[in-house]
Design a protein around this ligand. Structure first.
Ligand code: MN
Length: 257
């Protein structure tokens, strides 16, 4: 199996290295990742400028390509041009920080997986709750075990999946326990709309975005509620944004000019 691996934290991020090592159990890992951190860039691509791409070596061993672009650029360029072999699976991560709820739509990590889904490939985004001492090795073991199970049980055409791992699940796994895995929908509660206002030395206002307030807990289980309860989450996603029920209703409308 040929696996394209990318991320949005950049080619030197520890989450990428951990996943590269663990994914090599499943097949050949082809690495194309942003040269610099691209967190929060969503599904942006580079088309007003050339896309600079450099080979990266670990001592004398070729490691992969550092792309001076977005995560979606890496996947698009990787599948189309870089590797000269058909890609079977796209994996993005491990991101340092969860990508759940509406953050999925801001995420460069998830956008890279969505780009893989554009090519009708199985694509998986993996994110770990932010922790300055994050155990990406354990997270990679959990993620790859889940990816194996997804590929084994899937009966539908290739799909797009978003995996999130809370810190508490890592702690449990490290002590020999077995974190629960919940397949849940993406939460759609608005959150993180607070900004801290400060002044620069010239007296101009500037703003820092925060994650506050946290999302309200919903009755229906979502990725956000399951993560808050300490479970690993798997959410199937799709990139077709068409609202089918609205479209159905609109069939009886009159739209004339
Ligand atoms: Mn990131």
């Amino acid at each position: 199996m040929n696996i394209l691996l990318t991320n949005d934290d950049g080619i030197y991020a520890p989450g990428l290295a951990a996943l590269q090592k663990e994914l090599s159990r499943l097949g050949k890992v082809h690495l194309a990742a942003p040269a610099t951190e691209q967190s929060g860039v969503g599904h942006s691509i580079t088309f007003l400028e050339p896309l600079v791409c450099k080979q990266v070596f670990d001592k004398d061993v070729f490691r992969g390509y550092a792309v001076e672009g977005s995560p979606a650029d890496c996947v698009k360029l990787g599948i189309s041009v870089l590797f000269g072999t058909p890609i079977d699976l796209v994996v993005s991560g491990i991101n340092g920080g969860l990508n759940a709820g509406i953050n999925v739509l801001y995420s460069g990590t998830v956008a890279a997986a969505i780009e893989g889904a554009f090519f009708r490939l199985n694509s998986v985004a993996v994110s770990l709750e932010y922790d300055p001492h994050a155990d990406f090795e354990m997270a990679a073991r959990i993620a790859v075990r889940l990816i194996e199970q997804i590929l084994r049980q899937q009966t539908s055409p290739p799909q797009l999946y978003n995996i999130n791992i809370p810190s508490s699940a890592i702690k449990l796994a490290r002590s020999g326990g077995h974190p629960k895995v919940h397949c849940v929908p993406m939460g759609v509660e608005r959150y993180g709309e607070s900004y801290i206002r400060r002044q620069d030395p010239k007296g101009r206002d500037y703003y820092w975005a925060t994650n506050d307030p946290p999302p309200k807990r919903t009755e229906q289980p979502t990725d956000l509620t399951a993560l808050a309860d300490g479970h690993v989450t798997v959410t199937p996603l799709k990139f077709d944004l068409t609202d089918q029920s609205s479209l159905h209703e609109m069939r009886s409308w009159t739209m004339e000019l």
